[in-house]
Design a binder for this molecule. Sequence first.
Ligand SMILES: [Zn+2]
Length: 474
Amino acid sequence: MGLVVHNTLTRRKEPFSTVEAGRVGMYVCGPTVYDHPHLGHARAAVAFDVIRRALAFLGYRVTYVRNVTDVDDKIIARANEEGRSAWEVAEEYTRVYDEQMNALGVLPPDITPRATGHISDMIRLISDLIDRDHAYVVGGDVYYAVESFPSYGKLSNRTLDDVRAGERVEPDPRKRNPLDFALWKSAKPGEPSWPSPWGDGRPGWHIECSAMSMKYLGGTLDVHGGGQDLIFPHHENEIAQSEASTGVDFARVWLHNGFVTIDAEKMAKSLKNFVTVRDVLADYPAPGVRTLLAGAHYRSPIDFSTAALDDGLAAWRRLETFGRNAVSALGAEHPAADSANGEPWRGKFVAALEDDFNTPEALAVLFDLVSTANLLIEEVERSGSEKGARDLASYLDTFDTLANVLGLSPTRDWPDTGGRASDALAPLVGYLIELRQEARAAKDFARADAIRDRLAAAGIVVEDRPGGPRWRLA
Ligand SMILES: [Zn+2]
């Protein structure tokens, strides 16, 4: 069969091939670190974590690069609001992002370049684009000339005219074409800046990814990934920059993950309908959240709701329970596994992944294995059959290998994010919150406040929301 992937560039599924046989260089746009990540960010991180694990499982040697955008308008705006430096803001939210993705079982990339560590690479690339007449200097700014790149729009499948009509861009007398975008922005007072041939300033967002991806993976990446919202303009601009400089294809395959939606609308900071990873992990164990995110096909939207989270958690509990029961049934004399037993499931699992990383199908195969093996657990416990135990050991072995491809192995040491603690605390805290509501209804505000303060002292934060009070571990 072989791996088939949906390439955004060609808009169809095609056989996967790489520049160098057996090796994959994969670049995925990482976070802009200015706030707590929301579920949309977690979804992208988990989707590409699974794709990376799946490629390795299918036999490729993967080099996975995911950047950190640690200089950006939004970081600077946040720093100014809070009266601290952009460096502090970026440092804090880089750490928060890493911690929360680790909680969700996302493996660290092989290389995590920070934009601020690669300014000289960006300056070199911008200079090259100016030399090749793809970019021009206005004052201390440098713009990319979109009309100099005839295939601009090929990823989002639009012509320059389509884009102009669709995006309602403001005319700007400094630009040759309103769609020209900044490669270098001249320094404003109080902003981080670096010296350059065009004066002090900082890079634009798009050039960061072109410079960092090509530095670590060469002129042609095997896979470039990101959220669907990055196709235009970000990835379109990355192609224009990189290909205008190198003259070769920038990426062989473009993979884009679907949105997380709430009431069918995209979750985004700009729309203010986002749910942070921190809030979700306060209410739900991380493996349950991971099961929801990894169990959806990467290109499909995920409609977020408590029902969806409950389903994810229930699915996770089935995996976890099987792992625990199988280990307990096998006892101390855990027999050696005979891998041939798990072969049919392994084969189906591989076929699912080879079909454009079809994780819902892969997860279904895993559950099918669990159903079969659960029957065997009963038999082994009833009869003590030695052959049954050997078979069960094989199933458990295959189960663990396959579950780990999705990042859902129960034997992994999942960090405690509070979600499991909240399971046990829920009835108790719920009762105290009820008492507080009663006190408020009786206008006994001193008592209501005292209850809230006692909870706060125990590390439990109560927030009054439109739908009623909610609580989380601080
Ligand atoms: Zn990017």
